[in-house]
Design a protein around this ligand. Structure first.
Ligand code: PEP
Ligand code: MG
Length: 542
């Protein structure tokens, strides 16, 4: 077995035979011509032919990869109306008396080189588009047909590089994956592969002609390809691929559908995330929003206290990419099991009952304000909810809101845009919060039940202690009663109530939660689709 690595552009697995995709070598006519006019006419005909082809590719790509990804072909067609680009070719014909194919090859290449030498990555990536269109024009001039290169058997395609137009021309039903030696993860080929949901590896430097016809596994999760895989590996990755296929089928079944029970009750299903790296998982699992962004991971992933700017960038990326979905960002919930050196927190006898979460934030006001300012600045880029963790008293919520208002005033005085539409909520994860839920509900737009801590504090069961497994009943009646009490109290005050602890993903409780009147369930991204399916199978009228 041989293993070759590259950069994966989609988490997926492709299993099948390799097919080497090689564009036929062609020869450009280098001899000079006497009369430039017929060459200009040849070039013009080829230009119009390719422009029409790009239109056809655009329509195919809209169906296979969506409007956004298809836009590149519109761009290609428009490029063929660009006077500067066309002049780069025509001058070679007219001034140097070269053939149309020579002029097209060199004219487009010159412009592509100019782009590739620019500092801006956007323009660098456009270089590939110019080459793609240039190749199409040269192929049209030389009458080259690439339609048979893919073959007729399903395969993993291996190529030096694949231009967007080559990628979209391929028959998707025969594609098990694609691997290229070149390419960048921002290229349109990569974008197309992603939107076509095709496992793909780029910059795989070890590709070789003798892979042709060999059995292979493209493992997008681990950014590698196994040539002639062992039977064990084949078995385990086939199982993983089948799991992905099931999920994909579920996604297709549920995409765009509301989370409505048979008798018509609709609730929101959101995903829990730890930072911008999880944006893809929200999209891939078609979550309606983010019910819990554990912002402490932004702190845990940083060697030093992250600046306001660093935090702003992280929050903005999530809000902007996922807009207009609601993104609930929980303020820093550090302490207990989540410790950070640069915070210099004292060692405590009972850290779970100690100086943690909002208790730290309300004590270290500058630290808290840095986060709140970053959140408020990011709010202008999407639909933000802010949630305070470990609340036990009304005064804590009030103080959090006062500091938030202070940050808003500061930013507005600085001329910084802040959204007027930010929902404010608290985590309900202590018995104190449950018992005071009526009072707390007056202060906020939403409650989110943190059932992990709520179970720990209600049942006095340390969630970190494996020895207590036998005593830790996740369905403990006290916890379920606390959930019901919180939902009822919230609803008495027009405060919506969700669950963002692990219990929200427990399918054996979905019906119970719906009967209790929960408005939202926020679960790990992997559980989103199974939960949505479960909700749609429940009939509360029975
Ligand atoms: C919870 O306590 O249920 C919760 C969602 O927060 P965390 O697990 O991050 O403490
Ligand atoms: Mg918690």
């Amino acid at each position: 077995m041989q293993v070759a690595t590259g950069i994966s552009i989609l988490n997926g697995i492709g299993i099948g035979k390799i097919r080497i995709y090689k564009t036929p070598e062609y020869k450009i006519n280098e001899s000079l011509v006497e009369d430039a006019i017929p060459e200009l006419t040849r070039f013009e005909n080829a230009r119009l032919k390719v422009q029409a082809q790009q239109q056809v590719l655009y329509e195919k790509a809209v169906v296979e990869a969506g409007e956004d990804s298809a836009a590149i072909f519109q761009f290609h067609a428009d490029m063929l109306d660009d006077d500067d680009l066309l002049d780069a070719v025509k001058t070679i014909i007219v001034d140097q008396k070269h053939t149309a194919d020579y002029a097209a090859k060199h004219g487009f290449d010159n412009v592509a080189t100019m782009f590739s030498e620019m500092d801006d990555p956007y323009f660098q990536a456009r270089s590939a588009d110019v080459i793609d269109v240039g190749n199409a024009v040269v192929e049209a001039l030389l009458g080259i047909d690439t339609s048979s290169l893919q073959g007729t058997e399903p395969s993993i395609l291996v190529a030096e590089d694949l231009a967007p137009s080559e990628t979209v021309k391929l028959d998707k039903s025969l594609m098990l994956g694609m691997i290229t030696r070149e390419g960048s993860s921002n290229s349109h080929t990569a974008i197309l592969a992603r939107s076509m949901n095709l496992p793909a590896l780029i910059q795989c430097k070890d590709i070789a002609d003798d892979w042709d016809g060999k059995m292979a596994i493209l493992d997008g999760y681990n950014s590698c390809v196994y040539i002639d895989p062992t039977p064990d590996l084949l078995e385990s990755l086939t199982a993983k691929r089948n799991e992905d296929l099931k999920k994909e089928a579920l996604l297709q079944e549920l995409k765009g559908k509301t989370n409505t029970t048979i008798d018509g009750k609709t609730i929101h299903v959101y995903a829990n995330i730890g930072g911008p790296a999880d944006i893809g998982s929200v999209q891939q699992n078609d979550a309606e929003g983010v019910g819990l962004f554990r912002s402490e991971f932004v702190y845990l992933n940083s060697k030093e206290d992250p600046s306001e700017e660093q935090q702003f960038q992280a929050y903005k990326r999530v809000l902007e990419t996922l807009a207009p979905k609601l993104i609930i960002i929980r303020t820093c919930d550090i302490g207990a099991d989540k410790t950070i050196d640069y915070m210099n927190l004292d060692k405590e006898e009972n850290p779970a009952l100690g100086f943690r979460a909002v208790r730290i934030c309300l004590t270290r006001k500058d630290f808290f304000k840095r986060q709140l300012r970053a959140l408020l600045r990011a709010s202008a880029y999407g639909n933000l909810g802010i949630m305070f963790p470990m609340i036990i008293s009304k005064w804590e919520v009030r103080e959090c809101k006062e500091i938030l208002a202070e940050c808003r005033r500061e930013l507005e005085n600085e001329g910084v845009k802040v959204s007027d539409n930010i929902q404010i909520g608290i985590m309900v994860e202590t018995p104190a919060a449950v018992l005071c839920a009526d009072e707390l509900a007056e202060e906020v737009d939403f409650f989110s039940l943190g059932t992990n801590d709520l179970t720990q504090y209600t049942c006095a069961i340390d969630r970190q202690n494996a020895k207590l497994e036998r005593f830790a009943d996740t369905h403990h009646p006290a916890v379920l009663k606390a959930i019901q009490m919180t939902i009822d109290a919230g609803h008495r005050h027009n405060t919506w109530v969700g669950i963002c602890g692990e219990l929200g993903a427990d399918l054996s409780l979905t019906e119970t939660f719906l009967r209790m009147g929960v408005d939202e369930l926020s679960v790990n991204a992997k559980s989103v689709l199974p939960l949505r399916k479960q909700i749609r199978s429940i009939d509360l009228s029975k």
